[in-house]
Design a protein around this ligand. Structure first.
Ligand code: SAJ
Length: 440
């Protein structure tokens, strides 16, 4: 006999709660509303809550018109009041899981949500943790707090881990067509979770436990971090070998099987790839195991900004200049192309290193009008002109946004350090490409 929650999911009368309305939570909330569910977004950020209730979008992957429409129709509203959980049938937790200063997991956002959730968890409630975290979090942190209420998991409430797989800016893969992994504390938890997510996502991938689902996510992102680390180390090797790493990788990529292309870059940005593998290595330390690949990849990826600054110094040396006293422009400060997010962006590390080296540094990025910098704000240059470009001793392409005329940059810059192979195959005294023979 189906329980009332399953019936509510079936007839879409289940009220969906999304806790954390960032680049994961907001698109998820919109997707449920687009599929006819009433959605209540909960966030501690009052400004965000007001923006949503005014139908104003702030996430690139969400369409402004779509958000305005579902708010106007009363399908989606937001609040800072966790007491709303009393009227929510399915609560999806999408809060940040950063690292603290010691590079250990910081689950404080999950714990804050849990303190509220424990007050309002009720019979026939489904809870899914979507935030990337170490294996065991769902069972060791969340389950006990909820069962303290006397409610029984798998009978009174249902608890799963279901990792988010958002790739910001990816136009091809979005929530609906990205398979969703899910692991519940009990089989009934998983069954209800599958039914819920099936309402908005084409493919659901149930696994045996929350720990399995937590580990799936960490494998996905650790896989990327380690392979990017390998690409970065190969780039450094190619500079010493006098070959062009981009040609090497492109040629290797012609292998129709057994190879997957990753490219070198100025370092590893974003709120996931540089961070998530440390959740796994931290957990393994508690089990007396040292996750060496993760540590080594982290070392290599975090030295790339230093390597880029070395290339800048070498380029300036060609013209009898040094970093100290030079005027340098960073082109692209977001952590990857065509998005506006600067979290963990390697461009920020390069900016710091150049300023520490005595350079005067500006940046240009149409996606990022300003950044918080040295306890104040630093603004993007407002436009690229020939005169402006010529005034810089070096222009460093850190993020290769598609909306820049790179030929114009080449025609006007005195020296270019290209960390993204924008000038593929070019050998030119005025252009230094990461990973290519520089006769440095
Ligand atoms: N990068 C490289 N070389 C590469 C690929 C990426 O240097 O070959 C750099 C990028 O420039 C960026 C960083 O790595 O600074 C992360 O890039 P990313 O493409 O992994 O992008 P994220 O972190 O925005 O999103 C990733 C998702 N991306 C892809 O799968 C392509 C996915 O791994 C996760 O769903 C998401 O993180 C997450 O939220 O976990």
């Amino acid at each position: 006999m189906k329980n009332s929650l399953e019936n509510k999911i079936q007839d879409k009368s289940a009220v969906i709660g999304v806790i954390g309305l960032g680049y994961v939570g907001l698109p998820l909330a919109v997707e449920f509303a687009n599929n006819g569910f009433k959605v209540i977004g909960i966030d501690i950020n009052e400004a965000r809550v007001n923006q949503i209730n005014n139908g104003e979008n702030y996430i690139g992957d969400v369409s402004d018109a779509n958000l305005a429409e579902i708010v106007q129709k009363g399908l989606f509203s937001a609040t800072t009041d966790f007491a709303k959980l009393k009227e929510i049938d399915a609560a999806l937790i999408c809060v940040p899981t950063p690292l603290n200063k010691l590079k250990d997991p910081d689950v404080s956002y999950i714990l804050s949500v849990l303190a509220e959730l424990s007050k309002y968890v009720h019979r026939d409630m489904f809870i899914s943790l979507e935030s990337t975290t170490y294996p065991g979090t769902t069972r060791e942190l969340i389950l006990p707090a909820l069962e303290k209420t006397g409610l029984k998991v798998g009978e009174d409430f249902y608890l799963c881990f279901s990792p988010e797989r958002v790739d910001p800016g990816n136009e091809k893969y979005q929530i609906k067509n990205t398979p969703k992994v899910i692991g519940g504390i009990t089989e009934q938890c998983t069954a209800i979770g599958v039914k819920l997510y099936q309402s908005i996502i084409e493919t659901i991938v149930p696994v045996k436990s929350p720990e399995s689902a937590e580990t799936v996510k960490l494998l996905e992102n650790t896989f990327r971090s380690i392979n990017i680390g390998l690409a970065n180390e190969i780039a450094i090797m190619c500079e010493k070998l006098g070959v062009d790493v981009w040609e090497v990788i492109d040629a290797a990529d012609t292998k129709p099987f057994g190879f997957m292309k990753f490219t070198p870059g100025p370092g590893l940005g974003g709120h996931c790839i540089p961070i998530d593998p440390h959740y796994l290595s931290w957990k393994m330390k508690t089990l007396n195991y040292r996750a060496r690949f993760i540590e080594l990849a982290g070392e290599i990826n975090t030295t790339m900004p230093d390597h880029v600054v070395t290339l800048i110094g070498s380029g300036l040396n060609r013209f009898q200049k040094s970093i100290r006293g030079s005027n340098i422009l960073i082109l692209g400060i977001a952590y990857k192309k065509d998005i506006d997010d600067v979290r963990e962006s390697p461009a920020l590390d390069i900016l710091t290193l150049l300023e520490q080296g005595g350079a005067q540094v500006d940046y240009y990025d149409e996606f990022v009008p300003k950044i918080q910098w040295n306890n104040s704000e630093k603004f993007s240059q407002d436009k690229l002109s020939g005169t402006m470009l010529k005034s810089y001793d070096a222009v460093v392409i850190v993020t290769d946004h598609s909306n820049v005329d790179y030929q114009y940059i080449k025609d006007n810059a005195q020296l270019i350090i290209d960390t993204r192979n924008v000038f593929k195959g070019v050998s030119d005294k005025h252009i230094i490409r990461l990973g290519a023979n520089q006769d440095l």
